[in-house]
Design a protein. Structure first.
Length: 405
């Protein structure tokens, strides 16, 4: 994980400097605030591990499937009446994932030294989902840890199924686009130069469209390695910029919501994720403000995350949740209205579940409509592009054949 240099103020008025290890700056700020320090400065220390973390931020996150299996087994063992420490000892032998095994081993040691299960897992902020830690806190305080773990498992299964559905639906169009790109590149880099050698033996002027295609082909063929290296470098820079810069990350997430056709899909997914997460936390008996704070860290989109964070502050000051959501002007009228009904009737959890189910069904319909539009569009575009290139290449042959007649 990346390291951060921190300049902090203590309650006694001293200024200290410390090095922290965390997955992201936002999680680190919350961790330092909980320790009672005043933050003067936080900056990321650069190293190879930092560079790797920027490129692959998910490399140090728990894989969803083994973590889900771990919690199902933990839930069963706790229900059977085994102490937490014994449950962790038994599960530690059966965990195949090395990162999860390392985490559970550390958690077991902390529980053995007197920490609660939630406190032990909270030290892995950014690696362990924040909704999981919040659920453990609520379960341990209420004495209903098994029920709350079951709700978390149910929530994880629903969100993972929704995420898989979206990704798997977009795989085929993505493959079509990549194959089209490879085919066009092969034509430009390998096929067209052969025609250029063939036409060089003719003492005749080539059409402008053919000359243009030949010039483009020459440029790409000669600079192919540099072009690929340049595009790869730009992609890495953009990825690092998106992750490292909060401003650019916010712009990127806002841009995704404005993309034609796919923007509405991203919007619905974020609404479903928000409603499902907040509903799960409310069902676990977690206070509303705390639920909103956890939800803001669980959302994938920074724009929605910031809006929920502001809503948490407004609710803390006494404003109703529906009004806080309405003031942000990015949430749908459906979410706002059902939240208002839920707050008025004391059924906020059920209303949020209804919102999540509505958007999950809407995602199915939208995915079907998008795929029925994207697939033929890619095929038609690929056909037109390849046809245009071939026409430009073969046109001189047709012209010479006409002159010969």
């Amino acid at each position: 994980m990346p390291e951060f240099y921190c300049k902090l103020g203590t309650s006694g008025g001293d200024i200290i400097e410390k090095i922290y290890v965390s997955t992201d700056m936002k999680a680190l700020r919350q961790e330092i605030s909980q320790e009672g320090y005043h933050i003067f400065e936080i900056r990321r220390k650069f190293s190879f591990s930092t560079f790797k973390a920027l490129l692959f931020p998910s490399a140090r996150r728990v894989t969803q499937r083994p973590f889900l299996i771990f919690n199902q087994q933990l839930c069963s063992l706790i229900k059977a009446g085994l102490p937490i420490l014994q449950c962790l000892d038994l599960l530690l032998e059966r965990i195949p994932d090395p990162l999860l095994k390392e985490i559970v081993h550390t958690v077991r040691d902390k529980v053995k030294s007197g920490s609660s299960l939630a406190e032990a897992f909270s030290s892995f902020s950014g690696i362990i989902p924040p909704i999981y830690v919040a659920s453990l806190y609520a379960g341990e305080r209420s004495g209903a840890l098994v029920d709350i773990l079951r709700r978390y498992i149910h929530y994880t299964k629903l969100m993972e199924a929704l995420r898989r559905k979206v990704i798997s639906s977009l795989v085929y169009p993505g493959l079509l686009f990549c194959l089209s790109l490879v085919l066009v590149t092969a034509l430009i880099v390998y096929v067209i130069p052969r025609f250029q050698d063939f036409y060089s033996g003719f003492d005749t002027e080539l059409p402008e469209v053919t000359v243009m295609i030949m010039n483009v082909s020459n440029f790409i063929s000669q600079k192919f390695v540099w072009i690929v290296a340049g595009l790869f470098s730009i992609a890495i820079i953009i990825r690092i910029w998106i992750i490292a810069s909060n401003t650019f990350h916010l712009w990127w997430d806002s841009f995704k919501l404005r993309v034609p056709v796919l923007g509405s899909l991203f919007d619905m997914f974020n609404h479903a994720q928000l409603a499902r997460t907040l509903s799960t936390l409310q069902a676990g008996g977690i206070p509303l403000v705390r639920s909103l704070e956890v939800t803001s860290r669980a959302l994938d989109n920074v724009k929605y995350s910031n809006a929920i964070e502001k809503a948490a502050l407004s609710v803390k000051e006494g404003q109703p949740l529906y009004k806080s959501l309405e003031d942000s002007k990015i949430f749908s009228p459906l979410l706002v209205e059902l939240t208002k009904v839920g707050e008025a009737s004391g059924t906020l959890e059920d209303m949020l579940n209804n919102v999540a189910e509505f958007y999950e069904e809407d995602i199915d319909v939208t995915l079907t409509r998008i795929l029925s539009f994207i697939e033929p569009t890619i095929l038609i575009g690929m056909g037109l592009m390849i046809g245009s290139i071939l026409f430009a290449v073969y046109y001189p042959i047709f012209s010479l054949a006409g002159v010969a007649r």
